[in-house]
Design a protein around this ligand. Sequence first.
Ligand SMILES: O=c1ccn([C@@H]2O[C@H](COP(=O)(O)O)[C@@H](O)[C@H]2O)c(=O)[nH]1
Length: 272
Amino acid sequence: METAQLISEIKRKKSFLCVGLDTDMDKIPAHLLKEEDPIFEFNKAIIDATQAHCVAYKPNIAFYEAYGIPGWKSLQRTMDYLNTNYPEQFTIADAKRGDIGNTSTRYAKAFFETLHFDSITIAPYMGRDSVEPFLAFEDKHTILLALTSNPGAFDLQTKSVGNSQLYKEVLKVSTNYKNAERLMYVVGATKAEYLAEIRTIVPNSFLLVPGIGAQGGSLEEVCRFGMTKDVGLLVNSSRGILYASNERDFASVAKQKAIELQLQMKEQMEKL
Ligand SMILES: O=c1ccn([C@@H]2O[C@H](COP(=O)(O)O)[C@@H](O)[C@H]2O)c(=O)[nH]1
């Protein structure tokens, strides 16, 4: 998907909500466990219930890999369902990959060509030749981890590097990569106060922002410091939507949670 299409969907729906599909068999409603593919049935119900209120879905690959081949099949079915029924949704493989060049190319093929994701999250640590193989794919986006939402982000990402900090170097250096216009960045909602400075380095790039809800980040703060004239944000919520109920009403409760977030996003967009 081209960035222009994503922006137009955000404006049309007045939403920049990304629903995280972190589907955990220990948390989904018990009645679904009788199904042949409980993960897919859960995802399908969540997608149908929330799609009118969000613009993106982000399956975290760990939740599928954890179940081996059946988990990969559930992921493939989820992607086929999304791409067939809701092709306007932007899809993110939260896989946090990156390796030497030829290996990165295989990861890119797996997620962009085999599973048909629009984007993938990538760890920047191995540098240019580990990231550019992902950037070579037209109409696909590479989302680099810049400043993550977890407490451990302070172990390395904010450490001084010369006169700068490591996460700022990730942003600066990556803007010179080939096809850098296909880059987006992960910035945790729990680090909203860093966003103003981040915007001086990447003023127009899309930011994927996880960490509202369960991790304590504030949507309002993220918007205050990180929003651009085209919004420039995809704010993710996973557990806050998926597991708001683990009864038979889980999909309608998830829909209500998505609507609550979408209304807050609409309010923020009206300030633009
Ligand atoms: O910095 C990061 C990068 C990725 N994540 C992922 O986002 C979701 C957040 O889930 P919630 O339940 O809404 O907290 C999850 O898949 C993480 O692995 C992140 O949280 N922070």
